[in-house]
Design a binder for this molecule. Structure first.
Ligand code: G4P
Length: 513
């Protein structure tokens, strides 16, 4: 795609089953990127099952090719980054959010805000990026629209501003009223898009019209003031109601998305603020996807371009090591194809062939100045396991594999004081599986896992934790940098500890970076 076309790069944050895949498909369809629904849903249709890219992907039906999708709409190139959920939830899901400029929060109108949405939302909040909300499944009997707005405001502490308003829901769904346009999008069985002016409309019964007018008046009186500034700094979310499955409200959402979503923003590398149109090409690696085929050790590093232009074959420097390299093998991912990319610009994601040079968080830059983006926090793990090599004689390979995979960002490593037992931490089960698989296939080491019941990690930022304060429910370990970290079984154990030892300060870790 042309490097002159404006870019908008976003990811969907949602809880499994809220409708992320369905909405993504409808958006791609509107942009002409796919011809039929079902193309993205590799998970269920098995379309990607033929990919030989990665054994685990094959088994699970997830694919590198669905990691980044593109569509062209109203002269804007929209890049959609996939945020894997379900059993594929991992640190990569969080890391993807460091590479986008906007998040779209999809909420199931029946269920309201759910756990995974909150987790992902926190990463967006930390970054202060715009969040647009799509409240989905309006064709079902869901919660009251006003209650849904109140829930967002209370749980996420973010102002809301409805861009449209439902007229009925579920079986009584008549349409949605567009507040900025003063029009009604009529809901019909055929899912044909029908928009009529509100003034002079004849589709609503008197009671429906009255109810709508009351709601709108209430929103005008009690609602929040809309400013683009609040949208852009993530303190106010524009809210759209619709039904992805019925293609209802999706195009209107997309029309507004183009203006509300942020363009690629200047980002800071080593204290230098680089605008996207800078002469200097920079980008950072936010994800590394390994090839699980034992005959090919190659990997794909996903690079978010932050400034300047990418041209295939260009020579860049890996800032961490100072090593220069030519970027010859670069890919873009487009629905179901992996294509070679010749040029790309700020906001784009490219996949770089990697024979083991890159780590998650690495900055690539043109020129000799070793600029480094500090975009990549360490995300607090929620699953822990003690690991050992099944065969003690393989300790050399075991240590080598562990070191490399930890560096690459596959898994987090902690050690117990004194005995230095290895404890690995992850945000999702998939990371353990990938770790186990790669240790076996790449380093020929079989791993023994002892899953732990701990679920929370807190870094000790003030005070000293002694043996007396710990037990099986709260365990002291050290992270890779030797910083003390307490692992708690649950929130209750954490609160008890905090009450008892109020002079010890704990942090989730994000603030440390
Ligand atoms: P996810 O990616 O967020 O996990 O959700 P996905 O799009 O797969 O949607 C989850 C389920 O919700 C699917 O049903 C999907 O058809 C349904 N869904 C999505 N949008 C809407 C909507 O606007 N209204 C209604 N009523 N349902 C919606 P499923 O039965 O689990 O899968 P499938 O067999 O239909 O594919």
């Amino acid at each position: 795609m042309s490097t002159e076309t404006p870019r908008r790069t976003f990811a969907i944050i949602s809880h499994p089953d809220a409708g992320k895949t369905t909405l993504t498909e409808k958006l791609l369809f509107l942009g002409g990127s796919i011809r039929s629904a079902g193309t993205v849903k590799g998970k269920k249709t098995g379309k990607f099952a033929t990919s030989d890219w990665m054994e685990i992907e094959k088994q699970r039906g997830i694919s590198v090719t669905s990691s980044v999708m593109q569509l062209l709409y109203n002269g804007v190139q929209i890049n959609i980054l996939d945020t894997p959920g379900h059993q594929d939830f991992s640190e990569d899901t969080y890391r993807t959010l460091t590479a986008v400029d906007t998040a779209v929060m999809v909420i199931d109108s029946v269920k309201g805000i759910e756990a995974q949405t909150i987790k992902l939302f926190k990463v967006c909040r930390m970054r202060g990026i715009p969040i647009l909300t799509f409240i989905n499944k309006l064709d079902r009997e869901g919660k009251e629209p006003l209650d849904l707005l109140a829930e967002i405001e209370e749980v996420l502490e973010m102002e809301t501003y409805p861009m449209n308003w439902p007229i009925g829901m579920g079986k009584t769904l008549k349409g949605i009223y567009s507040i900025p346009d003063n029009t009604i999008e009529v809901f019909n069985e055929t899912h044909e898009r029908e928009i009529i002016p509100f003034d002079g409309q004849k589709v609503l019964a008197d009671y429906e019209k009255e109810k709508l007018e009351e709601d709108i008046m209430l929103l005008e009186e009690a609602g929040n003031e809309f400013t683009m500034e609040k949208v852009r700094n993530g303190s106010l979310t524009p809210v759209f109601f619709g039904s992805a499955l019925s293609s209802f409200g999706v195009q209107s959402f997309l029309d507004h998305f183009v203006t509300l979503a942020a363009e690629p923003q200047p980002r800071k590398a080593s204290g230098v603020l680089l605008p996207p149109d800078s002469e200097v090409f920079t980008g950072f690696v936010f994800k590394i996807q390994a090839n699980m085929n034992p005959h090919h050790r190659d990997r794909i590093a996903f690079l978010r371009i932050c400034s300047g232009k990418f041209e295939r074959g260009m020579e860049v420097m890996l800032s961490r090591t100072g090593k220069k390299m030519k970027l010859n093998q670069s890919h873009s991912f487009f629905a179901s194809d992996r294509e070679t990319v010749e040029t790309a610009m700020a906001g784009d994601i490219i996949g770089l062939y990697d024979s083991g040079n890159f780590q998650v968080g690495d900055t690539l830059v043109i020129g000799n100045e070793r600029l480094i983006y500090e975009e990549m926090p360490q995300f607090p793990p929620e699953k822990f396991a003690k690991v050992t090599a099944k065969n003690a004689l393989k300790h050399k390979q075991y240590h080598k594999g562990m070191e490399q995979l930890v560096q690459e960002g596959t898994i987090q490593l902690y050690k117990t004081p004194f005995f230095e037992d290895f404890i690995i931490g992850a945000v999702g089960e998939l990371q353990f599986q990938v770790f186990e698989y790669r240790m076996k296939n790449e380093y020929n080491v079989e791993i023994e896992f002892h899953h732990m019941t701990h679920e929370l990690a807190r870094w000790v930022t003030k005070g000293e934790v002694t043996d007396k304060m710990t037990d099986s429910r709260k365990m002291l370990v050290n992270d890779q940098q030797g910083r003390p970290v307490l692992l708690f079984e649950n929130d209750f154990a954490l609160r008890m500890f905090q009450e008892k030892y109020s002079d010890i300060e704990l942090s989730t870790g994000w603030e440390l970076l």
